[in-house]
Design a protein. Sequence first.
Length: 585
Amino acid sequence: MDQMESSFRQTEPVPGLPTLPKSPTGIVGLDQITFGGLPTGRPTLFCGNAGCGKTLFGMEFLIHGALDYDEPGVFVAFEETAEDLTQNVRSLGYDLDELQAQNKLYLEHIHIDRSEIDEAGEYDLDGLFIRLALAIDSIGAKRIVLDTLETLFSGFDNAAILRAELRRLFLWLKERGITAVITAERGGDGFTLTRQGLEEYVSDCVILLDHRVNDQVSTRRLRVVKYRGTVHGTNEYPFLIGSDGINVLPITSLALNHAVSEERVSSGVPRLDTMLGGKGFYRGSSILVSGTPGTGKTSLSGHFADAACRRGERVLYFAFEESPRQICRNLTSIGLNLQQWVDGGLLQFHAARPTLYGLETHLAVMHQLIEKFDPHSIIVDPISNFIGAGTQSEAQAMLLRLIDFLKTRGTTAFFVNLVGGGQSQEQTEIAVSSIVDTWLLLRDIELGGERNRGIYILKSRGMAHSNQIREFLLTNHGIELQDVYVGPEGVLTGSMRSAQEARERAEELDRTAELERQRRQRDRKRQALLAQIAVLQSELEDESQHADEAARREQMLQDQAVTVRAAMARSRKADEMNGDIGGEK
């Protein structure tokens, strides 16, 4: 309750100013509403119709006083016996016999039967004062509960004398410094809180309990009508009576001063994280995923829960359409095993129909579970069903308080919203899209006689994000985001995308074949030219060879001629001077 306490400190009295002494009740939420508890040494009136929890409020006030604050208490019952009270409270985990044995609690049953009363002349409640004083002194009580005073009025006809004695009773309790809780039935005239119309005026604190039924849905509510000498919460607050006692949910507006985190958490889909700037959502932010039926909202929720559990974080999943086993079974078809996280204690489901409680009770239950489990993230699937438990404005107010509460705790919230047929997809029926931090829109894309799934980020505060509509597939190993494909007529998906890709592949094959044909033709031409070059080179080599051979023969002939002339000159004994061979001087 630390977060709720901090939120209520925003409206507490200015520090340093004197405040009224208060006795903590120990009841979750009630001490926050009253900023510390009930007025010490003064009477407090709890009034309401039958079944709204008056007796239980009084009993818990005494039990917590005895166990937590060392203040023994006396419970005076005018209707139920001590044995009945002990048995009734034992169902909440409290043992009144043990408290009585430790002199921390005193149970006193005062039986009043109209048939046994002989009323004559004036009378007073001195006998009651004597019994109360004896009970208080026997254990040194600091607290007392009188449940309920209506029995006194029903036993006597002279209401004027009884009302005077009742005023004297309240004064007597004040003089003894006893913190008192008095319970009374609700007045039936519509003008008074109690049937006698006196108790609310002489009490320093008046708390009205209400158990109302709207559209066959019941909700218990509490309101502090007055509290002398101090400020207090003035709204109506839903409260629960559960196995661990009473839990009151403060719902006053919170100031927008919660802390923010720079840490990012994964959506569980890597390519979606890339669309969100590469890192996912901000921790402690609120995420809304909306779409028509069958677009994959729960599948995306399952990925988010699985990713958080893989990080070792606790996740609380509020399911208002499917049972936990059904969700776990269905998500195995896309490769997600959430049951392992349930078994490991990291994932906890709470499944209920929205019509099981009123909206305020749903909010109180969610607060209670969140406080108990202390999750890092929660999933609410879907929020649109809350309209079935109340009006649109009531559902919006309930979710607004829930989001504020989660932001104060730093808990990441993942909300799923179902969009009905014919409704604009870029708005929510509960009108909470403006207060969430990230809004993912899943949509059906109808092309070529088929429906395909697309996703885009409508907004994501504080981070750069993609503006593309991405097709995604639900495969046996999870959600797969496809590359953006733009065809001649725009973005294509499904079979139209496949057909266009096939056409482009065929055109690519044709272009490749044509290029191959041209390459072969160039190769043939090159080979022909190379062959021609080889022939020419061969002819050139032949001609060169013939020329060389002719030159060699000519040289040989010349050499032979020189040799012959030289031989003839020697045979003639010719003068060889000056190189003239065979010549005469």
